[in-house]
Design a protein around this ligand. Structure first.
Ligand SMILES: *Cc1c(COP(=O)(O)O)cnc(C)c1O
Length: 364
């Protein structure tokens, strides 16, 4: 049987009726921008993240840019960011006027560490972006001990915890993406900034509305970047399920390990104390692309992520002179994402591992 890389539809089946009702409520209410659904979602999402404030914005990329500006990042500053991540983690830095400084990651977890960040610090470093890569929370409390604000890019990590603290509560501020395939996915684009810091949240609220608090006086050049009412209403229905979805993803990861996956490939390791949300379930092998092709032939979707890491992307060439990130290059070359979802069954995991064994045995 074919196994897709993601299954976003099945987990929504039990709540399709509630989602339709939520959409109707918005249609009937006639408020579409910054109305009661966004306010209620912001409150509920902040609470779910164990944080004081949440600010809904148009997507996870804008959330990063606005959060950086909220933390005071601007022209002349440096921001440390990993290269082994989705492009947006670093793309959000130059529009603030700051410069991205790329750091390496731990070869086993794929996440930044206090050591990899320290190696990239400059006298101008104003903030650090730590990505909870693949839904595996980065060791942010240890990074924060370096004494700089840490912005947690939690786009892949809804439902994860580190030492019992939810992803989104680990740094000075955090950002989320509600892109449909993410662990908490809207029916379109959406994002949020989460923080305990009232000043950061207030600045984010101003920046998402053209740099204005009162819609009359425009204090600074902002953005037009709002989460819309329809998406917020849908996200409110999904939010109570995010924890159980993450549990389902962890159960799927356990099924893989019980089926003998680690005898064949090297799974990404979790950070000590982390309960990951496994947005992607990633393993490493020297011949990842050949294996992916073999799996796809057997109907099992598998794919390498970030094969060209961010510091090797043409758009970043201005900021990457002399940058050498060996663990990033290695992971970019060898990683392979296997199917994962909250509803991946033990028999599907067994089937994937059997296929993997057959493909690896057949490699010349
Ligand atoms: C998806 C993602 C983003 C960007 O989110 P969008 O909502 O697509 O703008 C940023 N960082 C990471 C790590 C992501 O996975």
């Amino acid at each position: 049987m074919a196994v897709p890389l993601f299954d976003t539809a099945t987990p929504l089946e039990p709540i399709r009726g509630q989602i339709r009702e939520a959409i109707e409520r918005v249609v009937d209410g006639g408020r579409f921008i910054l109305g009661p659904e966004v306010s209620a979602f912001e409150e509920e999402f902040a609470s779910a993240c164990g944080a004081e404030h949440a600010v809904g914005v148009a997507n996870g990329t804008d959330a990063l840019e606005i959060a950086l500006r909220g933390l005071g990042v601007g022209p002349g500053d440096d921001v440390v960011v990993p290269s082994f991540t989705f492009f947006a983690s670093a793309e959000a830095i130059p529009p603030t006027g700051a410069r991205p400084v790329f750091c390496d990651v731990d070869p086993d977890t794929g996440c930044v560490t206090a050591e990899t960040v320290r190696a990239a610090l400059t006298p101008k470093t104003k903030a650090v972006i730590a990505v909870d890569l693949f839904g595996n929370p980065a060791p942010i409390p240890m990074i924060a001990e370096l004494g700089l604000p840490v912005l947690e890019d939690a786009a892949q990590a809804a439902g994860a915890t580190l030492d019992g603290r939810p992803a989104g509560s680990l740094g000075s501020a955090a950002t989320f993406s509600f892109f449909p395939s993410k662990n908490l996915g809207a029916f379109g684009d959406g994002g949020a900034i989460v923080s305990d810091d009232q000043a950061v949240a207030e600045r984010a609220r101003t920046l998402r509305f053209h740099g204005s608090r009162d819609k009359r006086s425009f204090e600074e050049i902002g953005r037009n970047s709002r989460l819309d009412e329809l998406q917020a209403a849908i996200l409110r229905v999904e939010l109570p399920l995010v924890g159980s979805w993450a549990e389902g993803r962890r159960a799927a990861a356990d099924y893989y390990l019980e089926a003998g996956l680690a005898d064949l490939v090297k799974p990404i390791e979790t950070v000590t104390g982390a309960q990951p949300a496994w947005h992607l379930f990633v393993v490493c092998h020297e011949r990842a692309d050949e294996i992916a092709a073999g799996l796809v032939d057997l109907g099992i979707e598998a794919r390498g992520y970030y094969r060209t890491p961010v510091h090797r992307q043409p758009a970043m060439s201005e900021w990457t002179q002399g940058v050498d990130l060996p663990a990033t290059d290695e992971l970019a070359r060898t990683n392979l994402a296997l199917p994962i979802s909250p509803v991946l069954t033990q028999s599907q995991a067994g089937e994937v591992v059997a296929a993997l064994r057959a493909v690896i045995d057949g490699l010349a």
